[in-house]
Each structure stands twice: as C-alpha cells, then as structure tokens.
Design a binder for this molecule. Sequence first.
Ligand code: FAD
Ligand code: SF4
Length: 489
Amino acid sequence: MGKPTGFLEVKRQGMPYRDAATRSHDWDEIALLSTKHALQSQASRCMDCAVPFCQNGSVLAGMTTGCPVYNLIPEWNDLVYRGQWREAYQRLSLTNPFPEFTGRVCPAPCEAGCVAGLVDTPVTIKDIERAIIDRAFEEGWVTPVPPTARSGRRVAVIGSGPAGLAAASVLNRHGHTVTVFERADRLGGLLTYGIPKSKLPQPVVDRRLQVLRDEGVQFQGGVDVGRDVSITDLGQQYDAVLLCCGATVPRDVSVPGRDLGGVHFAMEYLTGNTKSLLDSGLRNGQYISAAGRDVVVIGGGDTAVDCITTALRQDCRSLVQFDIYPQRPDQRAPDNPWPQYPVIHKLEPGQREAQVRFQRDPRAFSTSAVAFLGDASNRVSQVHSVMLDAQRQALPGTERLWDAQLVLLAIGFQGPEPVLFQGLGIDHDVRAGAQDTGVDRYRTAVDGVFVAGDARRGQSLIVWAIQEGKEAAQACHRYLTQRHKSANA
Ligand SMILES: Cc1cc2nc3c(=O)[nH]c(=O)nc-3n(C[C@H](O)[C@H](O)[C@H](O)COP(=O)(O)OP(=O)(O)OC[C@H]3O[C@@H](n4cnc5c(N)ncnc54)[C@H](O)[C@@H]3O)c2cc1C
Ligand code: SF4
C-alpha cells in the first residue's frame, strides 16, 4: 500500500486554504485543491501498516476514531499514489456514497487512527478523499446508477440530510420506490442550511441531489410531516417509513436576560443567513445581521465556529467565543493516547480568520456567561461572564463585562423534536424507544418504522449520519424482503 518508505521521505502537507484576510469577506470555498502531483506524493505516505486502524470507525473514550463508513483508505491511497484515479474513485464509492461532503467537512477521525501518526504525522486522508471525488465529477465518472428492476414496494424517508439521502440511495438501488419528504424549502438538511457555504458550497450539494434524482429517488420539499401530512397516514400509504429528521432541539442557557432582543440560537442565525444568501445573495435582508455589532458566541464546537465564520462575513465590529473548557494542550496528553481522537489545541479556519481580522484568537477559555444585560429598548448590550476552575466552579474575582449587541447560543442540541415519535406512540427519547436487537438496531418499536442519523444517535457527524442511513436502509430492505416472503408463503 502506498510506498513503504513514503512517510520517511515525504512530510505531511495539508490542503492549502485561501488567504484568511481575503476569504473572510466572501462566501467562496475556503479550501483550495493541491496539485495532482502533491496529492500523489501525500498518498505515498500510507505506510503498509498491516492493521489499518484508519478504516475502522469506533468510539474510544467517547470520541470517534477511524472511519465510520469503513472507507478502504489504504487501497485508494495506493491507487492515487500510482496515478490510478478512476480505480481509486471506484474503491471509494464502494463505501461512501457522498465523499464530496466528508472530504470537505469531516473532522477526519480516520487521521486520528492513522498508524503513521503514531511515529510521525498522519496521512492527509480527508484531502485525498476530496481530491478523488472532485476529479471523478470533473472527469464524468460519477454517473447515475438506477436499479435494473423495481420491487413494487414504497418507502417514505423523512428528512433529506445526509442520513436520509444515504438511506434513499441504498433503498433505491435495491429497487424500492423511495420518496424523501423535507420540510425546508431546499433539500440537504444541515448540509444545506447548517454548514456555511464557504465550507460546503451549495453546487456541491445540488449536483449530488441531481444524481439521486436521475437514479429515481423522488423528493417532496416543503412538506412538514406531522403538520402537512400525518405520520400515521404515511405509514398506511408506504410499506416502510424511515425517520431521518435530525436532532434539532437546541440546548438553551438559563441566565438572567435570556429573553432580551439580540440573543439567538445559532441555527436561527445560520439558517437565516444561508437562506438569504441562496435566495438573493443577502440582498433581501431577511437574516439576523452582525454588521457593525459586537458579537459574543457561546459554545466551543463546530456550530460556534460556523457562527464566527458567518459574523465575520457580515462585517461584525468585534467577536469573542466563550468556551467553558480550558485551552487544550499542544500535544496529546498522557490520558489521550493514539489512536484516540487527539484532544489538542487547534485553530479552526473560522477562528484563524477572526485572529487575522482582530489580531487575537477569538476564544475566551474557561469562560461562562452568567447574565445578559439589556439597554432601554430591551436589547442585549453586554454579557457578564465569569471564569471557571477545573471543576467548572466560578472563580471569584474573574467577573467581566463584554459589549455585545448580538449573542449566539451554540451549546449543542438536546435531541429530535418529539412530534413524529409521539405521533407514532414511540417514547419521546428515541434512543430509549428504538429496539436495539444488534442486527436491526435501526428498527423502532413500531412495525415498519426505522430511525437513523442524528434522530437516533443525537447530534453527531455527517459521516456517522451517512453510515446510519446506509445501515438503516439495509435493515429496512431485509424487513421488506421478509415481509414479502411471508406474504407469499
Ligand atoms: C451548524 C452545524 C455545523 C456542523 N458542522 C459539521 C461539520 O463540519 N462536520 C460534520 O461532520 N458534522 C457537522 N455537523 C453535524 C452534522 O451536520 C449532522 O450530524 C448531520 O447533518 C446529521 O444528519 P441527519 O441526516 O441525521 O440530520 P439533518 O442533517 O439534521 O437533517 C434532518 C432533516 O430532516 C428535516 N425534518 C425534520 N423534521 C421533519 C419533518 N417533520 N418533516 C419533514 N422533514 C423534517 C429537517 O428539516 C432536516 O432537513 C454540524 C451540525 C451543525 C448544527
Ligand atoms: S469519511 Fe471522514 S473518517 Fe472517513 S476517510 Fe473520509 S475524512 Fe476520514
């Protein structure tokens, strides 16, 4: 695999990014593509390690390591190294239906488990994945694969995020007639309305949706199941139903001043901005604006960084991100050994942009908001914070006031909305309600109803949503096949 001595001869070189000062003023994709030669050279670093931890996704110490879709990474690294790009694409598409999404925004837990990372730096697996699929689209190798025959059975998939799209793709290829219901006006779930377009451009999402349409998947956008059509009616009209409706209920803070104007959930902010951007290039003004405002983002994860990315492009006056955790170490701590996901200090591209714009890291570590203060018109004007000790207790004398006319809450999600589960009589806590039988762990307690993605496992990663969609589709296919056999027995 690769070149056995490649990792000794070639240094890791990640994908280049556009200049941080320039890119933070536009919505074009921030990552550039390395040259073919550079990518082949990086693929040569794959070291024939014999036990490739990179390709086997699992959860260690509560974090993902290895690839959840079981990408055959050493195999396609070897093919890229040898310049056999089309064959590399064929290997990649055996496991990952949407590498153009993961190759752009996956946090690459594969690289956490890369054996080269144990002695040196990991192979740039994610970059190579993106390069393979981008090349495949450019060369016209990605073509629709419609089923050769139809089974006569119909499946309703609710939600068009990565879980719903992966499930629809697999079920359609099995010959079932699939309709995906999506309440938003555009398809794609968080691929479209969560992740900023500078990280995942909309044409990249739309071209995959077109492939799925050309394969025969049907989409009904703007249909809120549970409101526009009842879930029980869908259950009667379709042979099976797959719930891929995400985990959209946000976590809230309960501090004085929470109800002030100008305090918003991150998704309200991000979705509104993206919709306006896609509808009108932001000309219609139908979004919450950070322009000229001091912005406080509360939360330490991806969603918080996406708020930073967006606020910068809207031309905020200042920006700070509260993270309740202390700054992570620069190297793995002794209790965070390989192949666990490395918990180390990183500067995400959005944070780098903020650092360049304001000449400082936007993060305030070990910091928690204790109150939002308002002005005469009941709009937020300041955030009162305190620093925390290792036990997350307030440290006396660390109170501070920050000017803020916009506060964005990005502290995670509680789980799926209850409406569909309640409509089906399933326990609201979907994980408690779903049967985990080992083989068909995506089946719910209701016959013919399956659940996958964030709706099942809680807010997670695109790559997990894809894998869950694939596996739930297989469970659904087995159910449909067995039911058909019993009916004909
Ligand atoms: C802001 C943000 C940034 C993120 N960034 C990353 C990242 O960079 N990398 C990464 O790997 N992960 C990221 N994630 C996580 C990732 O996006 C999710 O784990 C993934 O999208 C889950 O896929 P899903 O298909 O289960 O759900 P979703 O993508 O949430 O899709 C669910 C869909 O169901 C629809 N729906 C819900 N209820 C109904 C209904 N009643 N009727 C019809 N339709 C309905 C919703 O409108 C939505 O379109 C991010 C998450 C957020 C919030
Ligand atoms: S999907 Fe994610 S974990 Fe898997 S190879 Fe790609 S970047 Fe790595």
